[in-house]
Design a protein around this ligand. Structure first.
Ligand code: FAD
Length: 301
């Protein structure tokens, strides 16, 4: 099937883009068109107006500031996967990006498009929830910031008005100095270049990376495709905090993830299987993050 007819608009600034979205009837932003095109071709969406963001260069950036790392909405998965700055300061983001689909999707797809799609199986939504990041939204009249943990409501539903544009995401640096932090993003895929059955993103900060058994000061864990929204698992974090990582704290964290998860059944993965994978991948991601924090002081994904 082909998409229904629409009018095409190609602004060159974020201000112009939001003004167009506010003025036009049934307008939809288009970024990399890796998801929207499929939805429109199946006529599951029939917007009257498409506002193409591909020339809004101001939304394509990676910036490491004193307090936060910021990534523009139009930054592609490929750029994020290859960013040495992100690899140093927030290695979970490149790790999440490089596991998305195949090269053609990564070359065109953007972080803003992924958040706009709000698929609970998406890599960045879970990564941003684990990292406690913020999403900056620009409307015709003002700009506001929403915590990633409050942004996602359900697949394709977010705390974002129709005329609002995702401008950027930001991740606070202070809680996770690279020299004492490890991050991991691990996913189980049924086949290469497809969506994950379950993914887990974990962050661990230790007290002393050179100690024989460093104590975990702070941990973060979020899962993708384990519920209607990217799933933050505070009970798993609490299970591993305050002591060195051990088999028993990992078991506790895995069980906490199983308890928190409420996954939808899929053709190739029933609920019980996905609960097992949620527990196992939570363990793995926390263990990998801990090993990275302990080893070279975090940094590498
Ligand atoms: C074969 C295949 C496999 C995939 N596997 C994975 C995977 O494993 N993990 C994963 O996370 N993703 C996966 N994806 C999804 C892919 O990452 C998304 O297609 C992509 O991130 C969407 O980005 P886009 O720039 O193409 O957005 P578009 O398709 O252009 O837009 C998607 C939605 O976001 C809205 N939007 C876009 N930009 C903005 C903005 N700046 N502000 C507000 N709204 C906006 C659009 O209006 C639209 O509703 C897969 C896709 C394909 C085709």
């Amino acid at each position: 099937m082909k998409p229904a007819q629409f009018q095409y608009h190609r602004p060159t600034s974020a201000a112009e883009a939001v003004d167009l979205a506010a003025e036009l009837e049934e307008a939809e932003f288009m970024a990399g068109n890796q998801s929207l095109g499929i939805v429109m071709s199946n006529r599951l969406a029939t917007p009257a107006n498409i506002v193409d963001l591909s020339r809004v260069d101001e939304l394509d950036f990676v910036e490491v500031e004193a307090d936060a790392v910021r990534v523009g909405a139009l930054t592609t998965h490929r750029t994020i996967a290859q960013s040495t700055q992100l690899g140093k300061h927030v290695p979970m983001l490149p790790a999440a990006a490089e596991q998305i689909a195949g090269p053609s999707v990564r070359n065109r797809g953007t972080i803003g498009g992924s958040l706009g799609e709000a698929d609970p199986a998406g890599n960045y939504p879970a990564a941003l929830v684990a990292l406690d990041g913020d999403i900056t939204l620009r409307g015709p009249d003002d700009t506001r910031t929403v915590a990633a943990r409050d942004f996602f409501i359900a697949y394709m539903f977010t705390d974002m008005a129709e005329e609002e544009l995702i401008e950027s995401v930001s991740i606070p640096r202070e809680p996770f100095p690279p020299v004492r932090t490890g991050m991991a993003f691990d996913e189980l895929k049924r086949a290469a270049q497809t969506w994950p059955t379950i993914s887990a993103g974990a962050v661990v900060r230790v007290d002393d990376p050179d100690a024989d058994e460093p104590v975990i000061e702070e941990a973060r864990l979020a899962l993708a495709n384990a519920a209607d929204v990217p799933l933050h698992v505070p009970d798993a974090e609490a299970a591993v905090e305050g002591e060195p990582l051990s088999e028993s704290t990992l078991d506790e964290a895995g069980e906490a993830a199983r308890e928190a998860a409420d996954p939808s059944e899929e053709m190739h993965a029933d609920r019980e299987f996905k609960l097992d994978v949620a527990a196992e991948y939570s363990r793995r991601a926390l263990e990998t993050a801990y090993d990275r924090a302990r080893g070279a002081g975090g940094g590498a994904a």
